[in-house]
Design a protein around this ligand. Structure first.
Ligand code: FAD
Ligand code: SF4
Length: 518
């Protein structure tokens, strides 16, 4: 009698405790990991992301093999490789003729749909194996629990979800009450960065032989993808990801809260954790990350505002956007509440623009496959919002450029939080900001050839006239939003001549060479 179980592990499921491996029997089972072209090219991922994922997969397979597990590993350059997940799954069924198949729910709608298809393909065959698809329990909140929480609520807000998660999981709690008497220390977390503050260095992880092999493979197979493999320094194993986390907890977490919203030229990470690439692959466990941050607070190594702010990102935002993604897919991918249709300007792919904030952020992004949250939200995201850029193009850009991009987390952040294309599912208002915000939170404006104080005119900061033009274009749609009462009132009081000047400056700028598509 066939007894073998085929266990499928996808490229972003690299956790030894992943649901599909839970009851693994190394003496009998086989684990399938397959590198396929289709997953490398459904968007043209940044070269560093490809190295990260493929190298982490190879290291993960090696770690399983070291435990005596039989791993069936299909490399990208295997001549038999069908280059898509379904093909590799069906080939593995032929090779192993397992009694059953176990997988973990994929993180993206597209792959989840495909996996359901494999399931029914096998079910239709006379001696077809059962394909069991298990919940991905690496997250704090099961999807079914999120749907139950969401059901019956008129409007969903992250803050209330986050409080429930704190109560449920016990982080930063003093009995029933939040530690320090407040759920949220956000007001303390919006400081601009004084020049004298020294920015800690970020640990880098030298590529080993496996990673060097992957670097050569990516260079040969994907020469037209954005970015370069040069300077690749992400951790690709659990051990190194743990070291990166320890370094953050020791050196950056204490100031994470204070400077969370700040931006500085030449310092793309500042006091952020830079753990999302490892976290989303499964090299770090979100429970261990939150526990490490809480432990630092308990021993007095990091203040509460920093630790609360950090835990909120993981226990709150990360879980919340995942829940919303699955609650609203596939409709989420079609949302365009503001009717935005403009093509993405070419400078998003090159960084060649006079706008220094965008130049710095896009250059950081291309060089590192990383930018921190405020650069993503308030620079590239904010410009796309104000300029009315097509959400499909913006979504694709964010999927291409970042090493941590997976649709379940990228799309709600982009279409929802940054573009308000979801009409208010993720956030209660658009995060629209003029040059004044960027000037307050960064050193970008000082080195810019535009003048951040000018609202109109040949040298005016484009974020200024685009900001007012955005509110003018969407005045009716946003009128009922109480959180926007102030800018809308200012707009209503604006002299008609100024409004007209803003309109014509915005139109001329958006139609100029400066914003030309590639
Ligand atoms: C337009 C836009 C697109 C984004 N795309 C992605 C993406 O593709 N993948 C991704 O992981 N994050 C995305 N984010 C969220 C956030 O910007 C990144 O998680 C963060 O910058 C990662 O860097 P870090 O590890 O240094 O984060 P830190 O600032 O140190 O935060 C710690 C952790 O909290 C989590 N986190 C923080 N903010 C969010 C958020 N808004 N949503 C979900 N998790 C969050 C991340 O896991 C992050 O690693 C996006 C944000 C915006 C505005
Ligand atoms: S002046 Fe305007 S365009 Fe220039 S860096 Fe500041 S916000 Fe950006």
């Amino acid at each position: 009698m066939r007894k073998q179980t085929l266990r499928i592990v996808l490229g972003d499921q690299l956790s030894p405790a992943i649901a599909a491996l839970r009851d693994l029997n190394p003496a009998q089972d086989v684990v399938l990991l397959a590198e396929v072209q289709a997953e490398c090219t459904y968007v043209k991922h940044h070269a560093k992301k490809l190295v990260l994922v493929l190298s982490a997969m190879r290291h993960f397979a090696r770690a399983l093999q070291a435990r005596g597990v039989h791993v069936d590993y299909v490399t990208l350059d295997d001549p038999q490789n069908t280059q898509n997940l379904r093909g590799e799954f069906l080939r593995a069924i032929q090779r192993h003729r397992p009694a059953r198949v176990v997988a973990t729910e994929p993180g993206e709608w597209r792959v989840a749909q495909d996996m359901r298809h494999w399931q029914s393909l096998l079910a239709e065959q006379a001696d077809g194996q059962e394909v069991e698809i298990r919940d991905d329990d690496r997250f704090f909140c099961r999807l079914q629990d999120f749907f139950t929480w969401a059901r019956g609520r008129k409007s969903l807000r992250m803050e209330f979800f986050y409080r429930d998660m704190r109560r449920q999981h016990g982080y930063l709690m003093e009995g029933e009450a939040p530690a320090g008497g407040h759920w949220n220390f956000d007001k303390e977390n919006r400081k601009s960065l004084p020049k004298a503050v020294a920015v800690p260095s970020i640990p880098s992880f030298e590529p080993d032989q496996i990673t060097r092999g992957v670097i050569a493979l990516v260079q040969a197979r994907f020469p037209d993808h954005l970015g370069s493999v040069e300077g690749f320094a992400f951790p690709v194993t659990r051990r190194d990801a743990g070291r990166a986390l320890d370094d953050f907890i020791a050196h950056r977490l204490p100031a994470f809260g204070d400077w969370q919203d700040a931006m500085k030229t030449g310092a793309p990470v500042l006091f952020h954790a830079l753990i999302s690439p490892a976290l989303n692959l499964g090299l770090l466990d979100p429970r261990a990350v939150c526990a490490a941050a809480e432990a630092a607070w308990k021993k007095g190594a990091a203040p509460l505002n920093a630790v609360e702010g950090f835990v909120r990102q993981i226990l709150g935002w990360r879980e919340y956007v995942r829940g919303l993604y699955w609650l609203h897919m596939p409709d989420f991918a079609r949302k365009n509440a503001l009717g935005a249709t403009r093509a993405l300007p070419g400078f998003y792919w090159t960084g060649e623009t006079r706008m220094n904030c965008l130049r710095q952020t896009v250059r950081d992004t291309i060089a590192n496959a990383y930018a921190h949250h405020i650069q993503r939200l308030m620079i590239t995201g904010n410009f796309a919002l104000l300029a009315g850029i097509d959400p499909n193009e913006v979504d694709e850009w964010y999927m291409v450029v970042y090493a941590d991009a997976y649709e379940w987390v990228e799309m709600p952040n982009t279409r929802g939080m940054a573009l308000f294309a979801d009409g208010g599912i993720v956030g209660s208002k658009p995060y629209a900001a003029s040059g004044a915000y960027i000037n307050r939170m960064s050193d970008y404006c000082k080195a810019c050839s535009y003048d951040v104080k000018d609202a109109v005119g040949p040298n005016a900061c484009p974020f200024n006239f685009l900001y007012w033009d955005f509110f003018a274009r969407h005045e009716k749609l946003l009128a009922g939003n109480i959180r926007l009462a102030m800018p809308l009132r200012t707009l209503q009081r604006m002299a008609p001549a100024k409004r007209a000047a803003i309109r014509s400056n915005a139109q001329a700028f958006l139609q100029s060479e400066a914003c030309k598509p590639p």
